[in-house]
Ligand binder design. Structure first.
Ligand code: HEM
Length: 502
């Protein structure tokens, strides 16, 4: 006991000394940093930021301006809150700010240092991005795999039909999450892994979900690095169990495929074949660890973001029934009552596209992007951002900025009709996928998945809110985590639109 008490005191003292030294050095550095709140000694602004950092940062930006610095425990964080600042960071100084701060939770993954999402730019990261951009998320590859997605979507609609007859409500986020995971599984392994309507403990869905939950918890170790080894909230320990589980499931698929390739079975030409081809090239150091970690990245990055987009879009449509009718009219004109939605219809659905963009503007799934890091001391406007400082771009604040958007709080898809603003990160007022070097590599697949899901759900069914709920009373609170989810999951009741819609 006495030894533990002594050790705790020594640790506490070390913490205070380290903290004080860092506080003093930062106080002298602050002349060069952008303005920001002073915060309390030791903890800085940590607790005043609270559970909804996107909103707290937006509030502080009104006082301190579109580029501000905050002290959060031992970490200094720079927050950009305007389209102009986002452009400076993600375009003009893109290379300097392309690093990553790695959250402690992520280090619970074996070989996290091979993960494209978390490593800083270097040969390994460039190789992974190149593979994604030139071999996996190309139109050609995605076109080749679209038959699978269309077919899976039809199966899903058939599964919703009994619910439409019994008048049961569908949990849209659960349905969209499982469907998005299946789309990723189809692209990677050419298989379906999850039953979208089952509540049951399907391993894949549950394990990905648990990783998202732990990764989304605020972690004291991220702000007091000396505590990292102790993992006081147990986040790294818990997430490790789920990462190891997911890796085992992915390993099984990899080894089955290696066997079937050796036996001369026909190729699937999916992402796994692309990755195995690459790993088997002469002289390649891209071994099976890279394959496994990249596939893990795709599940983690692709499922929840796409599902959240579908849920918020459906929420906005249920709150704006006339807009929903307009989308359905467009679908009927393009597809007809007898037809079923296919991915090839998407370019002919500009109104649906505008609706999705408007929902992503108001509810960006990754409201602060992923944490960027200055790779060197960087001059930004009249300030110096020291090497290895964390840099956040508050996309949520930018896409609600009244200086940029007319009536920013209103849901008005028409603003995107005939506008050049698209997802590619060139319009810095609208960057739900980020911009520059770190822009989301999965965007081409995400755009297809989200549009296919929404078009199919809206073409085959009418949707209404559960009894007693009115469009104007739908709860719109969001919950900050790895993605910005709806705090109360959306429930909606389907009813068939046509006798044979699919
Ligand atoms: C609507 C759906 C999606 C949204 C809104 C979204 C958004 C984002 C954002 C904002 C980032 C970080 C950009 C930055 O830090 O500057 C990102 C990174 C990433 N996304 Fe997505 N994403 C979506 C779907 C997907 C899908 C379907 C995949 C793959 C299957 C994917 C794979 C990735 C990966 C691997 C990264 C890390 C890239 C890197 O750090 O170099 N995402 N995404």
């Amino acid at each position: 006991m006495a030894i533990w008490a002594l050790l705790s005191w020594i640790l506490f003292l070390l913490l205070c000394i380290h903290n004080l030294a860092s506080f003093l050095s930062r106080t002298s550095d602050r002349r060069r940093l952008p303005p920001g709140p002073n915060g309390l000694p030791i903890i800085g602004s940590l607790f005043s930021i609270g559970k909804r950092p996107h909103e707290s940062f937006a509030g502080l930006a009104k006082k301190f301006g579109p580029l501000m610095s905050l002290r959060m425990g031992f970490a200094t964080v720079i927050v950009a809150s305007s389209a102009k600042m986002a452009k400076e960071i993600l375009q003009k100084k893109d290379k300097d700010f392309a690093g990553r701060i790695i959250p402690d939770a992520v280090t619970g993954e074996a070989h996290y240092d091979l993960s494209m999402a978390w490593i800083s730019p270097g040969p390994c990261w460039r190789n992974l991005r190149k593979l994604c951009n030139t071999q996996m998320f190309t139109s050609q590859r995605l076109d080749a795999l679209q038959g699978l997605r269309n077919q899976k979507m039809e199966e899903l609609l058939k599964n919703i039909e009994p619910l439409s007859l019994s008048g049961e409500a569908v949990n849209i986020s659960q349905l969209a999450f499982a469907t998005a995971l299946n789309f990723v599984s189809n692209a990677v392994f050419s298989v379906n892994l999850v039953d979208p309507l089952s509540e049951g403990a399907q391993e894949f869905k549950d394990v990905v979900w648990r990783i998202m939950e732990y990764a989304g918890k605020p972690n004291i170790s991220d702000f007091f690095p000396l505590l990292k080894s102790l993992d006081p909230q147990g986040i790294r320990r818990h997430i490790k169990v789920s990462y190891d589980h997911l890796h085992r499931l992915i390993d099984d698929f990899i080894y089955q495929r290696l066997e079937s390739r050796e036996s001369g079975a026909p190729r699937k030409n999916d992402f796994l074949d692309v990755l195995l081809d690459h790993s088997q090239e002469d002289g390649s150091d891209f071994d099976l660890r890279y394959v496994k970690v990249l596939i893990t990245d795709l599940y983690i990055a692709g499922g929840d973001t796409s599902a959240t987009t579908v849920e918020w879009t459906m929420t906005e449509l249920l709150r704006h029934p006339n807009t929903m009718k307009k989308v359905q009219r467009e679908l009927q004109q393009v597809i007809g009552a007898e037809g079923s939605v296919e991915e090839s219809h998407i370019p002919q659905l500009p109104y649906l596209e505008a609706v999705v963009k408007e929902a992503m503007r108001l509810h960006p799934p990754a409201p602060l992007l992923l944490p960027h890091r200055a790779e060197t001391d960087v001059e930004l406007c009249e300030y110096i951002i020291p090497k290895h400082t964390q840099v956040l771009v508050n996309v949520w604040a930018i896409s609600r900025d009244a200086d940029y958007w007319e009536r920013p709080m209103n849901f008005m898809p028409e603003r995107f009709l005939g506008s050049n603003a698209d997802y590619r990160g060139q319009d810095f007022g609208f960057i739900p996928f980020g911009s520059g070097r770190r822009i989301c590599p999965g965007m081409p697949l995400a755009v297809r998945m989200v549009h296919l899901m929404l078009a199919s759900l809206l073409h085959s069914f009418n949707w209404k809110l559960p009894d007693g709920m009115k469009p104007e009373t739908v709860d719109m609170d969001d919950k900050f985590g790895v993605t910005l989810q709806k705090a109360i999951p959306l429930l909606a009741i389907p009813s068939k639109r046509f006798d044979c819609g699919y």
